[in-house]
Write a protein that binds this ligand. Sequence first.
Ligand code: TXA
Ligand code: MG
Length: 313
Amino acid sequence: MKTVLTTSPDVAAGFIRSGGIAAFPTETVYGLGANVFDEAAIAMIFEAKMRPADNPLIAHISDLGELNQLASEVPEVATKLIAAFFPGPLTIVLERSPRVPSIATAGLETIGIRMPGNELAKQFLTACGTPVVAPSANLSGRPSPTTWQAVQEDLDERIDCILQGDPTQLGLESTVVDCTSFPPTVLRSGAITISQLRSICPETEIYDLAGGEAPRSPGMKHRHYSPNAKVVLVEPGFAADVTEPSARIGLTSEPTGFEYSITCASVEEYARLVFEFFRACDRRGIRTIFCDAVPDEGIGAALMDRLRRAAAG
Ligand code: TXA
Ligand code: MG
């Protein structure tokens, strides 16, 4: 299929309304959307991304009134988190309404819901007139796309439309919090930090993937965020003995000897640029990417989570 490029949220929403799939920008990463009630369109998302069928999708809303189409119950703690952080980079997992087709949630009885904060996403979702399920708009396993060009690189001719917006402001996917039991549990770290969540609900826990039980967020067990190049996490200032085309990204002043290197002014900038840096390294045929570790706090916790996963992949 030909993939239509457009800067018009109404044109992109037209594809969703007529049963197609369209990529759109959010403040975190670009998503690949379908009408949450359209099973055939949702099946097209899994096919286009080559996404494992056991990995559930997040539903995106533009209006809190859409919550009751998606969730059968909204506990008090979820209401508080929604009041504090919607719209924004937070996904809340709730009990699913029977109206939601099970393909959207990969058979789970729960559903992740979020309300993006950026203007173009709001306009697009409003024009869709329905909640929109959207995973990140990359081929499964690849780094999430932070530019429309990255979406095109992975999904050209596999999807109906790309809504062309600016590069995303945050660069890492949303924080996912399970609110189906108390205390709420962070399943994926993101731009909304654990201390922000605890300022609303002090009991909030962080899910320990190392615990050995079946992952509560099925996506966390899949290979993730990986460029073709090998990713190595290093302490800042580490001097690599580089023998093959190598790159580095970090916060410290630039070491020499790398074919490609960027130095970020802040942890926020590092988070915003890292996925696009991985893609740029692949385009250049880089074999090894050295990534400086950052302190495991604030957005740094989410960045370190993604870097560890990329290094493990
Ligand atoms: O920032 C984001 O969240 C982006 C933008 C497009 O909104 N979306 C995104 O979607 O990152 P995706 O599909 O790439 O990642 C969704 C994550 C996966 O790890 C998935 O397993 C988890 O959220 N998830 C979704 N629904 C869930 C549920 N009902 N229970 C537990 N985990 C869920
Ligand atoms: Mg993803």
